[in-house]
Design a protein around this ligand. Structure first.
Ligand code: AHG
Ligand code: MN
Ligand code: MN
Length: 343
């Protein structure tokens, strides 16, 4: 006798709609933003997949077309997101890691009640060597009066986020997002062009296996940071050594640690006294996701999502991942970071 197993296929669209039903007053605007971001992600995935090929094909063309410089993929990804999101009537403004100033919605389009902050292509220095890259996004409610977004809308602390997510363009393309009801992952099925629910309710192990940190800065770290890294490596004898894995693409390192357990660290160092990663485009959205998965994120002293941004491209030290490993960072670094930030 043939035994049939029923597998329910849940597209991201269906999942978003079902999540929306949990909020009786939802207007559907947030769902539309998430859906449009999924479309933008598919377009970027397509560009990333053919990036090497485009170089080969583009080389002859470059000699013929005068003055046309081939665009870097992070500029292309930025354009794709802006063009996918500016006319939906749900956003009143955007902020991108690739653009110095706020991005306004053109007057010909309707404006909505949300703002979008994003890193269009994270880890883009890895693109030439075929290593996973990603997109990170954060959605906030508009808080100012009037139709247009102002800086205050972009400078809200991370705990005000209404949605956040990332896309990883790896061996397969995955989108992980949260609206505060858990963190859920979807894998792009390229044969049908749909993101399908593959990782519902992601939970990060409480103690991690992997440590992701760029060790080449160790000479530029302060002594408490060095002590913390000795702890993670088991060198002070108080814990089993973690395994070091560092891709150099935050999204790829974060994603592995989210699923397998681990900690990503980008501490302050003497040449980056505020750290390197951006609070609104990178740290806050990933902090929202990791907390929804049972993990944590800190600057070494304070919870990332509690930090009050004062400028659009603000940087922060970042320790993010498994709960117990992040707690160790707070315990060992707490006082030193507090001194540095004058808290
Ligand atoms: P981006 O490509 O968006 O500028 O981000 C790069 C970031 C992040 O993806 C990665 O974790 C980090 O830079 C790596 O920095 P180091 O080379 O200093 O380790
Ligand atoms: Mn980045
Ligand atoms: Mn980037």
């Amino acid at each position: 006798m043939v035994k049939h197993t029923a597998t329910s296929v849940v597209t991201i669209e269906r999942f978003i709609i079902e999540q929306e039903r949990l909020y009786p007053h939802a207007t559907g605007d947030l769902s539309a933003i998430l859906y449009d971001l999924g479309v933008a992600a598919k377009m970027i995935a397509n560009k990333v997949r053919s990036a090497g090929l485009a170089d080969i094909l583009g080389s002859a063309e470059k000699e013929n077309i005068q003055g046309e410089v081939q665009q870097k993929l992070d500029i292309i990804a930025n354009e794709i997101i802006v063009k996918a999101m500016d006319h939906g009537g749900r956003l009143c403004g955007m902020g991108s890691e690739e653009e110095e100033d706020m991005i306004h919605i053109p007057d010909r389009f309707k404006r909505g009640k949300y703002v979008l902050l994003f890193d269009p292509l994270d880890g883009s220095s890895n693109i030439d060597v075929n290593v996973p890259v990603g997109t990170i996004f954060s959605v906030l409610h508009k808080v100012s009066e009037g139709e247009r977004a102002v800086l205050a809308d972009m400078l809200q602390p991370g705990y005000e986020q209404v949605a956040a997510g990332y896309v990883i363009y790896g061996a397969s393309t995955m989108l992980v997002y949260t609206t505060g009801q858990g963190a859920h992952g979807f894998t792009l099925d390229p044969s049908i062009g749909e993101f399908l629910l593959s990782h519902p309710h992601i939970r990060i192990p409480e103690t991690g296996r992997y440590l992701s940190v760029n060790d080449s800065y160790s000479q530029m770290w302060n002594e408490p940071t060095r002590a913390l890294m000795r702890y993670y490596r088991g060198l002070d004898g108080t814990r089993e050594a973690m395994s070091v894995r560092y891709v150099g693409s935050l999204v790829a390192d974060f994603h592995r640690n989210l699923l397998g357990g681990g900690l990503f660290a980008y501490p302050a160092n003497t040449s980056n006294p505020q750290g390197k990663l951006r609070l609104q485009y990178e740290a806050n959205p990933l902090a929202f996701i990791v907390e929804q998965a049972g993990g944590a994120a800190t600057d070494g002293h304070r919870r990332i999502v509690d930090l009050k941004p004062t400028s659009l491209h603000q940087r922060t030290p970042l320790f993010i991942g498994s709960l117990h490993d992040v707690e160790a960072a707070k315990r060992i670094l707490g006082d030193s970071v507090a001194e540095e930030v004058g808290a």
